[in-house]
Write a protein that binds this ligand. Structure first.
Ligand code: MSP
Length: 637
């Protein structure tokens, strides 16, 4: 049996969990469940990062000792995850004795090999990132992620000779194209590696920071948080003492947000190399969840608390929304509207309602027992088979949003089949055919429920039990074959699987989320209809889907961004007046809509070959995009 080892970042305990940290945990949990489903022996690890300046400051602000502080916040993470149906195999803490010992062993080994030396360094330290920023990384003298001015620190410290391994890392990335994915992050890392790598300061004098792991070869120093934190990935699988550790390490997949790309893509593989350990297999990077145009985070003051959302909407509905609405690698917006729309439309209407309709007719005409299926399968069987065949690729390539969408397409096709076959009418004219139609619908729904089980484990287990096929230990091959649903078993109708959300009640339940009206605050001031045009006039405009591959501010303008876009195989440059609404780095990778047949024009000396579409209201501007992934160059009609 092959293995799969998946990790999340270990979260800082200077703040409570929020929807951003919940996303990574839910995604890792879902991936772990899918890999189990593919028949692999899977190990999923998450935990907390408990040393460093930030923690000491947060503990001091609360007037308690660091250990008491980390114990409390760490346990908030640990107890939250099961409420979201996330089931890690190990919850690791960097203050555990096993971890402290491993960090000291590796430090000593790297020191003995001559890759750690003592020296002096001055630099700009960002406590939010817990690392020195280079001049190039700072924007207007501030950290671009935290918006704070880093502290200038000059002192004697221990340094890790990263520069020695720069060429090795470049070669490794070149030889392993999916080492860092998606590709845009691989390119970002190759960009960092174009500049000479500076050696990494890996210690803090105890006179300035006590809350860390002591350096084994100098008692006056503690180790730097990243050197400590990254090694959790080895502690968690029992590096060097559990006989199974190599089998898991060979298949290690680290899942992270884009904020911590550099430590994971550069420091970590080099640390492993210097310690004589093979690098991990994959680093998969996802974007940010934004709320009201800002990254959801504690420090930016825009946290979205998970626990109340879980209590109100249910863990599985939140999981479904998070996995369906983010394309791994790109940013996504957390909007209350989108959440309610997903629950009411996909879950209550398409999925839950289909079960209720089947169960009602089975109760009315077949004494509540599943009728017999037809002797030959229907078209739904073919659609289900194609979906099942594509599952391993969707899973291995982290395309879970597509996997969900394709599964919902099967559910929607089943609803259409139900409508067009009219089993309620057949019940009066051809009871055998009525039973066959109901069987086909129930079987398509069962397969959809098995496929969605890793995303919504509790709800899909309930649905499968109600269909008379409770879930056992299964994997794809033997559970999604058409025709496995048994006839004669009892269906349990019961209450709706996903109750509809009453939007009117939400502003009161979540004033901070739903309080200010989602969507436009008032009707747009421009009248909706002006002069009417013929369809021929509209058809002159060629609208195409494009991807932004590069974005930068246009020198000398605070309104314009210079974008390099890809439309099918064509590359173009466009100048867009969106700089006051979007940061260049947040839109790279996004799919947009462009007018492709506009005459090129020069703006501020730069050619613009097309125009992107955006919606505007009351000073707010949002880019137009497509609802799900589609090839660039796709036409719009
Ligand atoms: N302690 C370090 C990681 C050490 S790993 C060896 C750290 N902790 S953190 O608490 O700041 O967590 C950062 C991670 O939380 C991100 O990489 C991402 O996984 C998740 N997210 C935090 N905010 C997020 C969003 N707004 N959107 C998506 N993910 C978010 O960095």
């Amino acid at each position: 049996m092959s293995n799969y080892y998946i990790t999340t970042p270990i979260y800082y305990v200077n703040s409570d969990p929020h929807i951003g940290t919940a996303y990574t945990t839910v995604l890792a949990d879902t991936m772990a469940r899918y890999h189990r489903f593919l028949g692999k022996s899977t190990y999923f690890v998450t935990g907390t990062d408990e040393h460093g300046d930030k923690i000491v400051r947060s503990a001091a602000a609360k007037g308690i000792a660091p250990q008491a502080f980390v114990d409390e916040i760490s346990s908030r993470f640990r107890v939250l995850w099961p409420t979201l149906h996330a089931a890690p195999d190990r919850f690791i803490r960097t203050t555990e004795a096993e971890h402290v010992q491993l960090v000291q062993t590796i430090l000593q080994r790297v020191y003995d090999r001559g890759d750690i030396y003592f020296g002096e360094y001055g630099g700009h330290y960002c406590t939010g990132c817990e690392r020195f920023l280079t001049e190039k990384e700072m924007m207007d003298g501030k950290c671009p992620d935290h918006g704070t001015v880093p502290e200038y620190i000059k002192e004697q410290n221990y340094f890790f000779r990263m520069s020695r391994y720069q060429q090795w890392l470049l070669d490794h990335i070149a030889e392993h194209p999916d080492f860092i994915r998606p590709e845009r992050y691989r390119n970002e890392v190759l960009g960092f590696l174009r500049e000479p790598l500076e050696d990494l300061c890996i210690s803090r004098p105890k006179s300035r920071l006590e809350w860390g792991i002591e350096i084994p070869f100098d008692k006056n120093f503690v180790t730097y948080v990243w050197f400590d934190a990254l090694l959790n990935y080895l502690t968690a699988i029992g590096y060097d003492h559990d006989p199974n550790w190599p089998a898991y390490w060979n298949q290690a997949e680290h899942l992270i947000g884009k904020d911590i790309l550099k430590p994971h893509a550069i420091y970590w593989p080099i640390m492993l190399k210097a310690a004589g350990i093979d690098p991990y297999q994959h680093l998969t990077v996802h974007g940010y969840w934004n709320f009201k145009d800002a990254k959801i985070s504690k420090s930016s003051g825009k946290p979205v608390d998970v626990a109340p959302l879980v209590r109100y909407f249910g863990a599985d509905a939140i999981r479904y929304f998070l996995i369906r609405d983010m394309v791994v690698g790109l940013d996504a917006r957390f909007t209350p509207d989108a959440l309610v729309q997903r629950i009411n439309s996909d879950l209550a209407n398409d999925l839950g309602n289909l079960f209720s309709r089947i169960a009602k007719l089975v109760a009315d005409y077949f004494d509540g027992k599943m009728p017999k299926g037809p002797s030959s399968p229907c078209d739904l069987a073919l659609q289900a088979e194609q979906l099942v065949a594509a599952l391993p690729a969707f899973i291995n390539e982290f395309r879970l949003h597509t996997l969900i969408e394709e599964t919902l397409q099967l559910v929607r096709a089943t609803n259409r089949y139900f409508e067009s076959s009219a089993p309620w009418a057949l019940a009066k004219t051809d009871i055998q055919r009525c039973g066959e139609v109901l069987y086909n619908c129930a079987e398509a729904l069962r397969i959809a429920a098995v496929i969605l089980h890793p995303v919504m484990p509790a709800k899909m287990s309930e649905l499968l039990s109600r269909l008379g096929e409770p879930i056992e230990q299964f994997h794809i091959a033997n559970s999604v074959a058409w025709g496995r649903l048994r006839s004669g078993t009892a269906l349990q109708s019961g209450t709706p699987l996903f109750p509809r959300i009453d939007e009117k009640q939400l502003p009161e339940a979540f004033p901070e989320l739903f309080g200010s009206t989602p969507g436009p605050t008032k009707a747009p001031s421009t009248p909706v209809t002006t002069d009417l045009i013929d369809i021929q006039d509209f058809s002159k405009i060629q609208l195409r889907v494009a991807r932004i591959v590069q974005a930068e501010k246009l020198a000398g303008s605070d309104k314009l961004l210079k974008l390099q876009i890809e439309i099918g195989s064509e590359k173009r440059q466009i100048i867009a007046g969106i700089a006051q609404h979007y940061q260049p780095e947040e839109i790279v990778g996004r799919l947009i809509i462009v007018v492709a047949n506009l005459k090129p024009a020069k703006l501020r000396g730069e050619m613009s070959e097309g125009m992107l579409l955006a919606a505007k209201s009351d000073g707010k501007l949002v880019l137009l995009s497509v609802e799900s992934d589609i090839a660039t160059g796709a036409t719009i009609s």
